[in-house]
Design a binder for this molecule. Structure first.
Ligand SMILES: [Mg+2]
Length: 368
């Protein structure tokens, strides 16, 4: 029997970067921020005739940073070893600071590298990483504080009608009005769906504690995300330990490196992570390992299309955020985006890599 010659090296050749700003379909706000558009930074890498696609939701400056700091570092690196390129990128941004746009820039390149490797091997990305499960449960997420009660109820009930049994709304813009808003959401989705809330750090500690009790008693809320600032780990821990049973405290979306997640593990019931912020799949797999060692559930934040394949590889994963804004953008800009069936996303294993193709011509009108 003759062994088939398999190439064991594929140097990265081209690095293409683009930033695209897509207006929201209505004004959006949460407890601590308001916005009317979202920018996505898309990276495409080539090696040995294949093309890898990655992205992050970040400022336009992130695209510039990839061009000026990371492109030269990644070019020539072996696409079969994303970890090597990852370490080189982290080394290259040492003096700029790891959190924030540096980690988001690395995320976009790292997710593209893993996609490229999978395509070079002709494998779906989930299979390359190794699938711990064949699908990823999602929760519908939006419910912005800028929405009227009608719009809030219509959006949340819409997800439940489509078979998604978990939905999340924003709170915190007007704390006094939150209990009524949360009760309104519960009445719209019926008694069986799980109702999640996200304060984006808007409450003070004692205010959060009081509202946690009311949300649980008055609307059977089962999740309160960032009740206080994620910088206040003591406050998060206070909430985790004293909020009613049945109400999980979650945070982690601003995690840009492993050290952050290690600290956050001591403060929450469920850790959150975002592959478009935490420096990509390479670091996300480490976060899953840390969760495993702590018996900690892990929930993925936003960007459902870029999270789907990596999500299947995570042992501690409980669900993925099916975020209204990003769902819209991903359908606009990419072919191959999956829609949930009965509240679950299934990767298309007939497509190589992450299964996504960038619709460059459609994206041009949003070029930033
Ligand atoms: Mg959040």
């Amino acid at each position: 029997m003759t062994a088939v010659a398999v190439p064991t090296e594929a140097p990265v050749q081209d690095v293409e970067v683009g930033a695209f700003t897509v207006p929201t379909d209505a004004p959006e706000a949460d407890g601590t921020l308001a916005w009317d558009s979202t920018t996505i930074v898309v990276v495409e890498l080539t090696a040995a005739g294949e093309r890898g696609l990655g992205y992050t939701y970040a400022d336009v400056a992130t695209a510039k940073l990839i061009e000026s700091k990371l492109a030269d570092v990644v070019r020539g690196h072996d696409a079969f070893s994303p970890q090597g390129a990852w370490a080189a990128m982290v080394g290259a941004i040492r003096n700029l600071g790891r959190p924030g746009i540096c980690s988001m820039a690395i995320s976009a390149v790292d997710t593209a590298l893993w996609d490229l490797k999978a395509r070079l091997l002709g494998l779906p990305l989930g299979k390359l990483l190794g699938m711990a499960s064949e699908c990823v449960p999602v929760y519908g997420s939006g419910g912005f504080t800028a929405y009227s009660m009608n719009r809030l109820q219509e959006q949340l009930a819409g997800w439940v009608e489509r078979g998604i049994p978990r939905v999340k709304m924003k709170v915190g813009s007007n704390p006094d009005a939150d209990p009524e808003r949360v009760r309104g959401a519960r009445s719209a989705i019926g008694p069986n769906a799980q109702l999640f809330t996200d304060a984006n750090g808007a409450y003070s500690r004692k205010q959060a504690l009081e509202l946690a009790v009311r949300f649980r008693e008055e609307a059977q809320v089962s999740w309160l995300e960032e009740p206080v600032s994620s910088d206040d780990l003591e406050g998060l821990r206070l909430l985790r330990d004293r909020a009613p049973a049945g109400l999980e405290i979650a945070a982690g979306e601003y995690g840009y490196d492993a050290v952050y997640f290690k600290r956050m593990l001591d403060a929450v019931d469920v850790l959150q992570a975002d592959v478009t912020r935490c420096a990509g799949i390479t670091e996300l797999l480490r976060v899953d390992g840390m969760c495993r060692a702590r018996s900690m559930p892990l929930s993925l934040h936003c960007g459902p299309a870029i999270h789907l394949h990596p999500g299947t590889a995570l042992e501690q994963l409980v669900h993925l955020e099916y975020f209204h804004d990003h769902v819209r953008i991903e359908h606009l800009l990419f072919d191959g985006v999956q829609a949930p069936r009965d509240g679950t996303l299934y990767p298309d294993l007939t497509r190589p890599g992450n299964g996504l193709e960038f619709k460059r011509a459609d994206a041009e009108r949003y070029a930033a």
